[in-house]
Design a protein around this ligand. Sequence first.
Ligand code: C5P
Length: 208
Amino acid sequence: MAQYLVTAGPTWEALDPVRFLSNRSSGRMGFALAAALQHRGHEVVLVHGPVALTVPTGVRALPVESALEMLAACQSVWSACDGVFAVAAVADYRPKEPQQSKIKRHPNQGLVLELAPNPDILGTLAAVKGSRLAVGFALETEHGEAEAWRKLEAKNLDFLVLNGPEAQGAEQSQVQLFAVGGKVCPLGPLPKDELAAQLLQHILPADS
Ligand code: C5P
């Protein structure tokens, strides 16, 4: 039995006390993977952004909002984990200076937002992974395959799961699994819980 870290869902990047920047991630794929890992008898720490999902029984959840909070939560548990599955749709940018009070509307004036880049959570964890497992997910609208190989290497991953934008919020998903040695395996379309089980059969075959 091993302990795995799973990140899931979107992040919320505050503009002011009531508004945020985010994306369409539902968190379903990450939650399905957490459940599938737990089902195989592993310990799971699920660091997740704001989602409308129930945490699978037996899974330890650390809920967060922003990318910076997600990074801190992941770093607090990473040394105790045997691998990471990074499924979260982390916002690439956050408002540089979130306002303390609600931004006022000025009907005759536009609003320019200054954004700061968020840290790469998976890249940060995988850079110090040693022999531990690191699995990334990528959603690309173009040059998917080339981007998959690039990210596999750039982020020091063992596997990268590539899906298209139609996976966002959907019940089903169709993916390609890229492995560091050069192997590519198409999986799906399948409901996300079945896809999670199939992904684990490829990624953790020794469990089966
Ligand atoms: O956004 P990108 O395509 O680079 O995401 C690829 C992988 O990196 C995903 O597994 C995602 O969860 C992870 N990631 C992350 N922190 C970021 C951006 C992406 O952990 N800031």
